[in-house]
Write a protein that binds this ligand. Structure first.
Ligand SMILES: [Zn+2]
Length: 185
């Protein structure tokens, strides 16, 4: 069988071909370390990240979560800024567009002025996107790169197990709402 290059930094990104959206780096506990955006080539985008002081990857980065979003409908840099605001990812140094936002109403107003329309609750909006979680794989030599066969999308989905450590998208979003509950008063 023909071997295809399918991995970027140890993540199998095969099925993300021609997909655009946001991506999260998660540590083993599921905490969001970094959020970025990708317009067309996830393999290239993920490969561009390095380690070290200014790198966004760390040896503890175990999961890649992708939020699929069509750039025609959603200005990705605004969406990215909004997700950074919502999840408070540590390796994103600034809140950019949404710094100083104090409540949901103010946030929606700024988003709207940048052509991102958030209707209904923030959670409902965030959960309206399809999410894919990819666990990191390693080759035998720990070189972060592997040649493998194309993986099926279904094998990469994580289903809700309703525990506190659940890594599904819904549980992640709900947990974050609880963390910053005061903002919604
Ligand atoms: Zn869950």
């Amino acid at each position: 069988m023909k071997k295809e290059y399918t991995h970027a930094k140890g993540f199998n990104v095969t099925s993300l071909k021609e997909v655009a959206g946001l991506y999260f780096f998660h540590n083993i506990k599921g905490e969001v370390e970094y959020i970025g955006k990708c317009n067309n080539d996830f393999k290239n985008r993920i490969n561009s990240h390095g380690y070290g002081l200014h790198g966004k990857l760390s040896p503890e980065t175990v999961y890649l979560r992708v939020i699929i979003a069509d750039p025609i409908n959603y200005p990705l840099h605004v969406l990215e800024n909004f997700f950074i605001w919502y999840f408070g990812s540590q390796k994103n140094k600034s809140l950019w567009l949404f710094s100083g936002v104090e409540n949901e109403k103010g946030l929606k107003k700024i988003a709207k002025s940048h052509n991102l329309y958030i209707r209904g609750s923030l959670e409902k909006f965030i959960l309206s996107f399809e999410s894919v979680l990819i666990k990191r794989e390693w080759d035998e030599n720990n070189k972060n790169i592997r040649y493998g066969e194309i993986e099926q999308l279904s094998s990469r989905e994580i289903f809700c197990d309703s525990t506190q450590s659940c890594l599904c998208y819904r549980c992640l979003v709900i947990a974050e709402r609880k963390n910053k509950g005061i903002l919604y008063l």
